[in-house]
Each structure stands twice: as C-alpha cells, then as structure tokens.
Design a protein around this ligand. Structure first.
Ligand code: FEO
Length: 174
C-alpha cells in the first residue's frame, strides 16, 4: 500500500512523463515539417515511449491501492529555433526527469517503501540510457555542425540511431 505522500509524488511524476510525451510529439511534428524524417521518426518513438513511462506509473499507483489521477498537461512549444536547440531541450527535460526520479527514490527510502523502491529501479536505468543517448546525439550534432548544409547529415545520423533502436526493440520482443 502506498503512503499518501508517495501516492502524491507518483501522481506528480505522471505530469512530467505526460509533458515529455507531448513535448516530443510536438518536436516530431516540427521535424516532419522541416523535412527531417529521421529526426521526426526518432521523436515520434520517444513520444510513445514517454506515454508508456507515464502509463507504467499510472498502473502501478492503482495496483498498489492508490488512485492514479490523469494529469493536467501544459501545452508544449510548437516551433524550435534549430535542431540543435531542439535536442538541447530534450536533454534538459530528461535531466529534469532524472532529478525527479532520484527524488522519488529518496522518498521511497524515507517511507521504507521497498516495493516502490524496487519499481523505480527500471526508471533509474531508463534515465541513464536516455541521457546517454541524448548526449550522443548532441555530440554528433557538434561534430557535424548545425548550419543548413549539415541538416541532411544530422538526419542521416538519426536514421542510423533509429535502425539501432528498432533492432534492439525487435530483439527484446523476440
Ligand atoms: Fe520518461 Fe524520458 O523520461
């Protein structure tokens, strides 16, 4: 059973994951309109993943006798200065999510809530992977440059990352 403090904190996390899902959806749409198909595909997948992150917590709250509350989501921005700025924003949001997950872990220690502590380990690992992936993308953008001539090559890099991610997903489902 969840303490009311833990339940409220997990419900709060739904907002962050839900916002990430809509922010990445908005980014996917912008990329698509800019002709960046690889980036768009990447952001659509990230958006779906964030929805799954939200639902995993949502289901956990109800499974542990809490009440999962569908969150209010602020409308994300619709336009982005450049593809580099867009990925800077993704990285910043992921860091914010990581900090929030760490706070949830700390709270589950305080509350002696071992079930939630155990549940959160998946998120600890997921955040480590997501931050590493975003850093890799930003490093590549730095190497390629983000002027108009570079966009084609940035998009190709994202296509390569999409292929790797899709292969890993297929293997995990097999
Ligand atoms: Fe679910 Fe990428 O934070």
């Amino acid at each position: 059973m969840l303490s009311s403090k833990m339940e409220a904190a997990l419900n709060k996390q739904l907002e962050l994951e839900g916002y990430a899902s809509f922010l990445y959806l908005s980014m996917a749409s912008w990329c698509e309109r800019e002709g960046l198909e690889g980036c768009a595909k990447f952001m659509y997948r990230q958006s779906m993943e964030e929805n799954e992150h939200m639902m995993r917590i949502f289901n956990y709250i109800n499974e542990t006798d809490g009440h999962a509350l569908a969150p209010a989501i602020n409308q994300p921005p619709h336009t982005f200065e450049s593809v580099k700025v867009l990925f800077d924003q993704v990285y910043a949001h992921e860091q914010k999510v990581t900090a929030s997950i760490n706070n949830l872990v700390a709270l589950s220690y305080e509350e002696k809530d071992h079930a939630t502590l155990n549940f959160l380990q998946w998120y600890v690992e997921e955040q480590r992977e997501e931050e590493a992936l975003m850093r890799t993308i930003l490093d590549r953008i730095k190497l390629i440059g983000d002027g108009p001539q570079s966009l084609y090559y940035i998009d190709l890099e994202l296509e390569k990352i999409n292929e790797i991610e899709e292969k890993a997903e297929a293997e995990s489902e097999a």
